[in-house]
Design a protein around this ligand. Structure first.
Ligand SMILES: [Zn+2]
Ligand SMILES: [Zn+2]
Length: 261
């Protein structure tokens, strides 16, 4: 398996100088066709953590990209399932966004994305969008710390015990998704820049990392890299002031910016 390791940074920078590639693209594309994309020969070991009932991942474009397809249906309970569904639970502290919304309703949850198999970690950053920014291991979408055009705290009362909700669009997480990771080092998902995101703790030290960049990222081994150091994100261990969240304390899942585009 060929995965990101530190010396590769310099190769990528060289390639960018030669090819004059641009990393300041802020458009909402989910694929990146720079000529310096690096091929891998098999799926990253972290994909074994993804819910196989929801998520399908295949290598595409000669191994330079992962094509990820998801039903978008999480494998855990929520008030956002239809009351007749086996995974429906009542959550008395949660006020749904609208009473008529439920997982699988409206526009449905299914989606597909193409992400770089090897993130472009050149130091350039890209802001996240008000849309899906990643796929969690459950199969559901990851969003950032904004709701509509405002701060998330206004909408926090509608977030379920997984830190997620659904309006007319897809069911999506904004906060630490406690069915997946609750103050531990579990894999949470992959973001659309190709970088994996983990819980608040890091397996390399067994505790909360103290060397994170502004995106919650750093380069260490993880439980899926077989001793190789690899850039990855963490949920940042700072309490988010969402006073009306039913399951406080809240931790923002990922506020950006992307480091891997
Ligand atoms: Zn939302
Ligand atoms: Zn880490």
């Amino acid at each position: 398996m060929k995965i990101y390791f530190k010396p590769f940074t310099y190769i990528t920078i060289f390639a960018c100088i030669i090819l004059s590639c641009s990393n300041d693209d802020t458009s909402n594309t989910t694929s990146n066709n720079n000529n310096d994309d690096v091929a891998v020969t098999e799926l990253h070991a972290a994909f074994t953590e993804f819910n196989p009932d929801a998520v399908t991942v295949i290598l595409s474009d000669d191994g330079t990209e992962y094509y990820i397809e998801t039903t978008g249906f999480p494998d855990h309970t929520s008030i956002y399932w239809e009351p007749s569904h086996a995974l429906y639970i009542d959550e008395p502290g949660v006020t749904k966004t609208t009473q008529n919304t439920y997982i699988g309703g409206g526009q449905g949850e299914a989606a597909s994305f193409t992400v770089d198999a090897t993130p472009n970690l050149t130091g350039a950053t890209v802001a996240t969008q008000l849309n899906t920014i990643g796929i969690a291991v459950s199969g559901a979408s990851i969003f950032n710390d904004q709701e509509g055009m405002g701060d998330l705290d206004q909408a926090a009362q509608s977030l379920d015990w997984a830190g997620a909700h659904k309006g007319p669009g897809v069911y999506h997480y904004h906060l630490e998704p406690t069915p997946i990771s609750s103050d531990d080092d579990s894999l949470v998902g992959i973001l659309l820049d190709g970088v994996f995101i983990y819980g608040r703790q890091c397996s390399s030290t067994g505790t909360h990392p103290t060397d994170l960049d502004a995106s919650g990222g750093h380069t260490t081994t993880t439980q899926f890299t077989n001793g190789v150091e690899e850039y990855h994100y963490h949920i940042i261990n700072d309490v988010y002031p969402a006073g009306n969240y039913a399951y406080a304390p809240a931790y923002v899942l990922f506020a950006g910016p992307f480091q891997g585009y």
